[in-house]
Design a protein around this ligand. Structure first.
Ligand SMILES: [Ca+2]
Length: 189
């Protein structure tokens, strides 16, 4: 009975500690959704689409002591450049903390545009759209097939311009050859 009571107390303490706003940033989700007009969930940065509070996978009350240490290490990464591997964050969330540092992330809560500005030079999924723009557009920064459709079209067109040029050239040569062949055949008839 004593052991069970201790477990409940420890659980409550962990719940109170890790339910702190320091672990969840609804201001970013709200901003991205309102700015883009797209539906944005906590899964843009977090493992769990419901955010870090709770007992499900990727949420604080489901984590081991070692995983909680990694959460704390991520929260303590105040300056940019620290490798972060927080189990409540997805690859983009950890990349965001490493790129900006937690001091900047905290500063951005009252001005989420700072987040977009700080991520305008990185492109974690390599689709040609910066992470900052994906945050503004409410698209998935970890999916190279997900982004603003017009932007993706022009970027892919630009990336494949030589292939398109070669195909156009090949088609032109085929038509040129066919027209010469037809012309010669008409002349010999
Ligand atoms: Ca991207």
């Amino acid at each position: 009975m004593r052991i069970r009571t201790d477990k409940i107390v420890i659980g409550l303490l962990l719940g109170l500690t890790y339910a702190s706003p320091a672990f969840a940033y609804p201001a970013f989700q709200k901003f991205s959704q309102e700015h883009s007009g797209r539906t944005v969930s906590c899964a843009m940065c977090h493992v769990n689409s419901e955010g870090p509070s709770g007992q499900q996978e990727g949420q604080l009350l489901s984590l081991t002591a070692e995983e909680l240490n990694r959460v704390d290490a991520g929260r303590d990464a105040s300056s940019p450049g620290v490798d972060v591997d927080s189990p409540i964050m997805n690859r983009f969330g950890n990349h965001l903390i490493k790129t900006l540092g937690m001091d900047k992330v905290s500063e951005a809560i009252s001005n989420p545009e700072l987040l977009a500005q700080g991520l305008d030079k990185t492109d974690i999924d390599g689709d040609g759209i910066s992470d900052g723009r994906e945050f503004l557009d409410g698209t998935d920064p970890l999916n190279k097939f997900n982004g603003d459709p017009k932007l993706l079209f022009w970027i892919n067109l630009s990336r494949r311009k030589f292939e398109i040029l070669y195909v156009a050239l090949a088609i032109g040569l085929i038509f040129f050859g066919l027209s010469r062949f037809t012309k010669r055949r008409q002349e010999t008839e």
